[in-house]
Ligand binder design. Structure first.
Ligand SMILES: O=c1ccn([C@@H]2O[C@H](COP(=O)(O)O)[C@@H](O)[C@H]2O)c(=O)[nH]1
Length: 257
Protein backbone atom coordinates (compact mmCIF):
# COMPACT_ATOMS: atom_id res chain seq x y z
CA UNK A 1 0.00 0.00 0.00
CA UNK A 2 1.45 3.40 -0.94
CA UNK A 3 0.62 6.90 0.21
CA UNK A 4 -1.22 8.07 -2.90
CA UNK A 5 -3.92 5.54 -3.74
CA UNK A 6 -6.96 7.89 -3.86
CA UNK A 7 -8.03 9.91 -6.94
CA UNK A 8 -6.61 13.43 -7.00
CA UNK A 9 -7.33 16.70 -8.80
CA UNK A 10 -5.24 17.38 -11.94
CA UNK A 11 -3.33 20.29 -10.32
CA UNK A 12 -2.37 18.01 -7.43
CA UNK A 13 -0.50 15.95 -9.99
CA UNK A 14 2.07 18.76 -10.36
CA UNK A 15 5.30 18.42 -8.37
CA UNK A 16 7.58 21.45 -8.56
CA UNK A 17 11.32 20.76 -8.81
CA UNK A 18 13.10 23.14 -6.43
CA UNK A 19 16.54 22.89 -8.00
CA UNK A 20 18.59 25.34 -5.96
CA UNK A 21 21.35 25.07 -3.35
CA UNK A 22 19.70 27.90 -1.39
CA UNK A 23 17.56 26.58 1.48
CA UNK A 24 15.86 29.94 2.09
CA UNK A 25 14.92 30.26 -1.57
CA UNK A 26 13.52 26.71 -1.62
CA UNK A 27 11.60 27.35 1.61
CA UNK A 28 10.10 30.57 0.24
CA UNK A 29 9.10 28.84 -3.00
CA UNK A 30 7.59 25.92 -1.12
CA UNK A 31 5.53 28.36 0.98
CA UNK A 32 4.39 30.37 -2.08
CA UNK A 33 3.39 27.25 -4.00
CA UNK A 34 1.63 25.37 -1.17
CA UNK A 35 -1.97 24.67 -2.11
CA UNK A 36 -1.40 25.65 -5.76
CA UNK A 37 0.26 22.38 -6.77
CA UNK A 38 0.49 18.84 -5.42
CA UNK A 39 3.92 19.00 -3.83
CA UNK A 40 7.61 19.62 -4.26
CA UNK A 41 10.60 17.70 -5.55
CA UNK A 42 14.01 18.06 -3.93
CA UNK A 43 16.95 16.59 -5.82
CA UNK A 44 20.69 16.34 -5.91
CA UNK A 45 21.51 20.06 -6.09
CA UNK A 46 19.45 20.87 -3.01
CA UNK A 47 20.34 17.74 -1.04
CA UNK A 48 24.09 17.99 -1.58
CA UNK A 49 24.03 21.57 -0.28
CA UNK A 50 21.60 21.19 2.62
CA UNK A 51 21.21 17.52 3.55
CA UNK A 52 18.28 16.00 5.48
CA UNK A 53 17.95 19.02 7.78
CA UNK A 54 17.38 21.29 4.78
CA UNK A 55 14.76 18.88 3.45
CA UNK A 56 12.90 19.01 6.79
CA UNK A 57 12.91 22.80 6.75
CA UNK A 58 11.47 23.02 3.24
CA UNK A 59 8.73 20.39 3.59
CA UNK A 60 7.45 22.01 6.77
CA UNK A 61 6.98 25.32 4.96
CA UNK A 62 3.25 25.41 4.35
CA UNK A 63 1.15 28.45 3.43
CA UNK A 64 1.76 31.39 5.78
CA UNK A 65 -1.93 31.40 6.72
CA UNK A 66 -4.39 28.52 6.56
CA UNK A 67 -8.09 29.32 6.12
CA UNK A 68 -9.13 28.40 9.68
CA UNK A 69 -5.82 28.91 11.43
CA UNK A 70 -5.13 25.15 11.61
CA UNK A 71 -1.49 23.97 11.36
CA UNK A 72 -0.20 23.96 7.77
CA UNK A 73 -0.11 20.50 6.15
CA UNK A 74 3.33 19.12 5.30
CA UNK A 75 4.10 19.39 1.57
CA UNK A 76 4.08 16.15 -0.44
CA UNK A 77 7.76 15.38 -1.06
CA UNK A 78 9.39 13.61 -3.97
CA UNK A 79 12.95 12.97 -2.81
CA UNK A 80 14.69 12.63 -6.17
CA UNK A 81 18.12 11.20 -5.34
CA UNK A 82 18.11 8.58 -8.13
CA UNK A 83 20.07 5.89 -6.31
CA UNK A 84 22.32 3.74 -8.51
CA UNK A 85 24.87 1.56 -6.70
CA UNK A 86 25.30 -2.01 -5.50
CA UNK A 87 22.19 -3.44 -3.77
CA UNK A 88 23.64 -3.23 -0.23
CA UNK A 89 24.54 0.45 -0.63
CA UNK A 90 21.21 1.40 -2.19
CA UNK A 91 19.33 -0.42 0.59
CA UNK A 92 21.30 1.62 3.13
CA UNK A 93 20.59 4.87 1.30
CA UNK A 94 16.86 4.08 1.26
CA UNK A 95 16.91 3.27 5.00
CA UNK A 96 18.66 6.57 5.71
CA UNK A 97 16.12 8.54 3.66
CA UNK A 98 13.01 7.03 5.24
CA UNK A 99 12.87 9.23 8.38
CA UNK A 100 12.25 12.16 6.00
CA UNK A 101 8.91 10.47 5.17
CA UNK A 102 9.04 11.15 1.42
CA UNK A 103 5.92 10.38 -0.61
CA UNK A 104 8.07 9.29 -3.56
CA UNK A 105 11.62 7.89 -3.63
CA UNK A 106 13.58 6.70 -6.67
CA UNK A 107 16.40 4.56 -8.03
CA UNK A 108 17.84 4.09 -11.53
CA UNK A 109 16.31 1.07 -13.29
CA UNK A 110 19.65 0.33 -14.99
CA UNK A 111 20.90 -0.64 -11.52
CA UNK A 112 19.06 -3.89 -12.21
CA UNK A 113 16.50 -6.15 -10.49
CA UNK A 114 18.60 -7.10 -7.44
CA UNK A 115 19.25 -3.44 -6.66
CA UNK A 116 15.59 -2.49 -7.12
CA UNK A 117 14.41 -5.37 -4.91
CA UNK A 118 16.92 -4.40 -2.22
CA UNK A 119 15.56 -0.85 -2.29
CA UNK A 120 11.99 -2.10 -1.99
CA UNK A 121 12.78 -4.47 0.88
CA UNK A 122 14.59 -1.67 2.72
CA UNK A 123 11.68 0.73 2.22
CA UNK A 124 9.16 -1.85 3.45
CA UNK A 125 11.26 -2.79 6.47
CA UNK A 126 12.00 0.78 7.50
CA UNK A 127 8.42 1.96 6.99
CA UNK A 128 7.28 -0.76 9.38
CA UNK A 129 9.95 0.17 11.92
CA UNK A 130 9.00 3.84 11.77
CA UNK A 131 5.26 3.18 11.66
CA UNK A 132 4.84 5.22 8.48
CA UNK A 133 3.36 4.50 5.06
CA UNK A 134 5.96 3.26 2.58
CA UNK A 135 6.79 5.87 -0.07
CA UNK A 136 5.98 5.16 -3.68
CA UNK A 137 9.22 3.59 -4.99
CA UNK A 138 9.88 4.27 -8.66
CA UNK A 139 12.74 3.81 -11.12
CA UNK A 140 14.21 6.22 -13.65
CA UNK A 141 14.17 4.73 -17.16
CA UNK A 142 15.75 6.97 -19.84
CA UNK A 143 16.41 10.56 -18.76
CA UNK A 144 14.18 13.10 -20.53
CA UNK A 145 17.31 15.04 -21.52
CA UNK A 146 18.34 12.15 -23.81
CA UNK A 147 17.23 11.35 -27.34
CA UNK A 148 17.90 8.24 -29.42
CA UNK A 149 21.38 9.49 -30.41
CA UNK A 150 22.38 10.11 -26.79
CA UNK A 151 21.21 6.63 -25.86
CA UNK A 152 23.25 5.04 -28.68
CA UNK A 153 26.34 6.90 -27.45
CA UNK A 154 26.03 5.17 -24.05
CA UNK A 155 25.85 1.73 -25.68
CA UNK A 156 22.26 1.16 -24.59
CA UNK A 157 19.95 -0.36 -27.18
CA UNK A 158 17.51 2.24 -28.50
CA UNK A 159 15.32 3.79 -29.63
CA UNK A 160 14.57 5.49 -26.30
CA UNK A 161 10.97 4.26 -26.33
CA UNK A 162 12.08 0.60 -26.51
CA UNK A 163 14.61 1.05 -23.72
CA UNK A 164 11.97 2.76 -21.54
CA UNK A 165 9.57 -0.16 -22.09
CA UNK A 166 12.31 -2.70 -21.35
CA UNK A 167 13.35 -0.96 -18.12
CA UNK A 168 9.72 -0.44 -17.05
CA UNK A 169 9.03 -4.17 -17.45
CA UNK A 170 12.09 -4.91 -15.29
CA UNK A 171 10.91 -2.37 -12.71
CA UNK A 172 7.41 -3.80 -12.56
CA UNK A 173 8.76 -7.35 -12.23
CA UNK A 174 10.93 -6.21 -9.30
CA UNK A 175 7.74 -5.06 -7.55
CA UNK A 176 8.28 -1.29 -7.67
CA UNK A 177 5.34 1.08 -8.03
CA UNK A 178 6.23 2.82 -11.29
CA UNK A 179 8.78 4.68 -13.36
CA UNK A 180 10.07 8.10 -14.32
CA UNK A 181 9.59 8.39 -18.08
CA UNK A 182 8.96 11.07 -20.68
CA UNK A 183 5.49 12.02 -21.89
CA UNK A 184 6.31 10.36 -25.24
CA UNK A 185 6.19 6.90 -23.67
CA UNK A 186 3.05 7.27 -21.50
CA UNK A 187 0.60 5.63 -23.92
CA UNK A 188 2.87 2.64 -24.62
CA UNK A 189 3.62 2.18 -20.92
CA UNK A 190 -0.07 2.29 -20.00
CA UNK A 191 -0.74 -0.44 -22.58
CA UNK A 192 2.18 -2.59 -21.38
CA UNK A 193 2.14 -2.02 -17.61
CA UNK A 194 -1.54 -1.34 -16.85
CA UNK A 195 -3.44 1.50 -15.21
CA UNK A 196 -2.00 1.12 -11.69
CA UNK A 197 1.67 1.41 -12.62
CA UNK A 198 2.68 4.97 -11.68
CA UNK A 199 4.14 7.23 -14.37
CA UNK A 200 6.06 10.26 -13.09
CA UNK A 201 6.86 12.59 -15.95
CA UNK A 202 9.47 15.37 -16.15
CA UNK A 203 10.38 17.17 -19.38
CA UNK A 204 7.23 19.28 -19.17
CA UNK A 205 7.14 22.59 -20.99
CA UNK A 206 4.20 24.99 -21.46
CA UNK A 207 3.82 26.02 -25.13
CA UNK A 208 6.60 28.43 -26.11
CA UNK A 209 8.72 27.84 -22.97
CA UNK A 210 12.48 27.34 -23.33
CA UNK A 211 13.43 23.65 -23.52
CA UNK A 212 16.82 24.07 -21.83
CA UNK A 213 18.45 20.64 -21.75
CA UNK A 214 15.18 18.70 -22.06
CA UNK A 215 14.69 16.73 -25.32
CA UNK A 216 11.61 14.49 -24.91
CA UNK A 217 8.99 17.08 -23.89
CA UNK A 218 5.25 17.80 -23.92
CA UNK A 219 2.95 20.51 -22.49
CA UNK A 220 1.43 19.99 -19.02
CA UNK A 221 -2.16 19.58 -20.27
CA UNK A 222 -1.08 17.15 -23.02
CA UNK A 223 0.92 15.01 -20.58
CA UNK A 224 -2.03 14.79 -18.18
CA UNK A 225 -4.31 13.91 -21.11
CA UNK A 226 -1.86 11.15 -22.12
CA UNK A 227 -2.30 9.67 -18.62
CA UNK A 228 0.64 10.85 -16.48
CA UNK A 229 0.16 10.29 -12.75
CA UNK A 230 2.49 13.14 -11.77
CA UNK A 231 4.21 15.91 -13.71
CA UNK A 232 7.58 17.21 -12.54
CA UNK A 233 8.03 20.86 -13.48
CA UNK A 234 11.00 23.00 -12.52
CA UNK A 235 12.31 25.99 -14.45
CA UNK A 236 9.02 27.01 -16.12
CA UNK A 237 7.82 27.76 -12.57
CA UNK A 238 10.90 28.48 -10.47
CA UNK A 239 12.56 30.58 -13.21
CA UNK A 240 9.46 32.72 -13.78
CA UNK A 241 9.36 36.31 -12.57
CA UNK A 242 6.37 35.35 -10.42
CA UNK A 243 6.63 31.61 -9.63
CA UNK A 244 3.28 31.51 -7.80
CA UNK A 245 1.51 33.06 -10.81
CA UNK A 246 3.32 30.69 -13.22
CA UNK A 247 2.31 27.69 -11.09
CA UNK A 248 -1.28 28.92 -10.89
CA UNK A 249 -1.44 29.39 -14.69
CA UNK A 250 -0.09 25.88 -15.34
CA UNK A 251 -2.38 24.38 -12.66
CA UNK A 252 -5.43 26.14 -14.11
CA UNK A 253 -4.51 24.88 -17.60
CA UNK A 254 -4.14 21.33 -16.34
CA UNK A 255 -7.42 21.51 -14.35
CA UNK A 256 -9.22 22.84 -17.43
CA UNK A 257 -7.76 20.06 -19.65
O1 LIG B 1 14.39 11.91 -16.72
C1 LIG B 1 14.41 12.82 -15.87
C2 LIG B 1 14.50 12.58 -14.52
C3 LIG B 1 14.47 13.63 -13.65
N1 LIG B 1 14.37 14.91 -14.07
C4 LIG B 1 14.31 15.99 -13.07
O2 LIG B 1 13.10 16.75 -13.24
C5 LIG B 1 13.34 18.13 -13.10
C6 LIG B 1 12.95 18.85 -14.36
O3 LIG B 1 13.24 20.21 -14.24
P1 LIG B 1 12.93 21.28 -15.42
O4 LIG B 1 13.54 22.54 -14.88
O5 LIG B 1 11.44 21.33 -15.56
O6 LIG B 1 13.61 20.81 -16.66
C7 LIG B 1 14.80 18.29 -12.72
O7 LIG B 1 14.88 18.39 -11.32
C8 LIG B 1 15.47 16.98 -13.15
O8 LIG B 1 16.49 16.58 -12.28
C9 LIG B 1 14.30 15.16 -15.41
O9 LIG B 1 14.23 16.32 -15.86
N2 LIG B 1 14.29 14.10 -16.29
Amino acid sequence: MTQMATPIKPRDRILVALDTPDVDKATALSRQLAGKVGGIKLGLEFFNANGPQGVRQVVRAGPEETPRGEPAKQQRLFLDLKYHDIPNTVAGAVRSAMPLAPSILNVHAVGGPAMMKAALDAANFEAEQLGIVRPMLIAVTVLTSMDDGDLDATGQIGPARDQVLRLAALTQKAGLDGVVCSSHEIAALRAECGPDFKLIVPGIRPAGAALGDQKRVMTPAQAIAEGADFLVIGRPITGAEDPAAAAEAIAADVDAG
